[in-house]
Design a protein around this ligand. Structure first.
Ligand SMILES: C[S@@+](CC[C@H](N)C(=O)[O-])C[C@H]1O[C@@H](n2cnc3c(N)ncnc32)[C@H](O)[C@@H]1O
Length: 197
């Protein structure tokens, strides 16, 4: 699982002037209370959380990545848990926000993961996501589908051609903000959503 160590740019600048990339900034800005980050990887984003957060709970099944996260400095208390996307190890309605960064593309059952996210969110809580998204261009989407078997093997089960936006919507979320962008020519989405009442 070492390939997930720093898979994406998280900060820009240098030395003591590091700041989150605009995408990571959006993912974390304005969060407060208890935040659950699932498939958290090595915790490299911990430094991007604002001080308005009371507690960060990281869920990560890989022991190497959990150990790396435990060594990472954070501005607020962090609890690191072993756990699976199919059954998140936190009680119902216990989190103000859930952060998903390149995780729904790895979930074996993204609908199940999104149902779990709904379960753990408090009323009024929100999902922040930064995920792969199938391209709107039919040619690129076809190419993503062709690349998927090899890509998936090389990248820990990642599915680059998933229609993440439709899956989030279909799982009962209202998408409140959505930005589409490409990173290394691969389509991504960055957004926030709340459970539909
Ligand atoms: C592409 S990495 C993203 C890591 C991190 N969120 C980031 O943005 O850098 C996917 C993460 O999902 C985790 N993951 C994969 N399958 C999972 C599962 N069934 N349950 C929980 N986490 C899982 C992996 O261990 C890995 O940390």
């Amino acid at each position: 699982m070492e390939q997930f160590h720093h898979p994406r740019p998280v900060c820009t600048g240098c030395h003591d002037q590091l700041r989150p990339t605009p995408e990571r900034q959006f993912l974390m800005t304005g969060l407060s209370g208890t935040v659950l980050e699932i498939g958290a990887g090595d915790g490299v984003k911990l430094a991007c959380y604002p001080p308005s957060v009371d507690e960060i709970i990281l869920v990560e099944p890989d022991a190497f990545l959990r150990a790396a996260a435990a060594r990472t400095a954070a501005p607020v208390p962090v609890l690191i848990l072993d756990g699976d996307l199919d059954r998140l190890p936190v009680p119902d309605a216990s989190c103000e926000s859930v952060v998903c960064s390149l995780v729904l593309c790895c979930a074996s059952r993204p609908e199940r993961t999104l149902a779990e996210i709904r379960r753990v969110l408090r009323p009024g809580g929100q999902l922040r996501f930064y995920e792969h998204q199938r391209s709107a261009s039919p040619i690129l989407a076809f190419a993503e589908g062709l690349a998927k078997p090899l890509w998936s093997r090389a990248a820990g089960g990642c599915h680059p051609a998933r229609d993440t936006v439709s899956t989030v919507d279909g799982a009962g979320f209202v998408i409140e903000r959505l930005d589409r962008f490409t990173f290394r020519r691969v389509c991504h989405v960055l957004g926030s959503a709340r459970p539909r009442r």
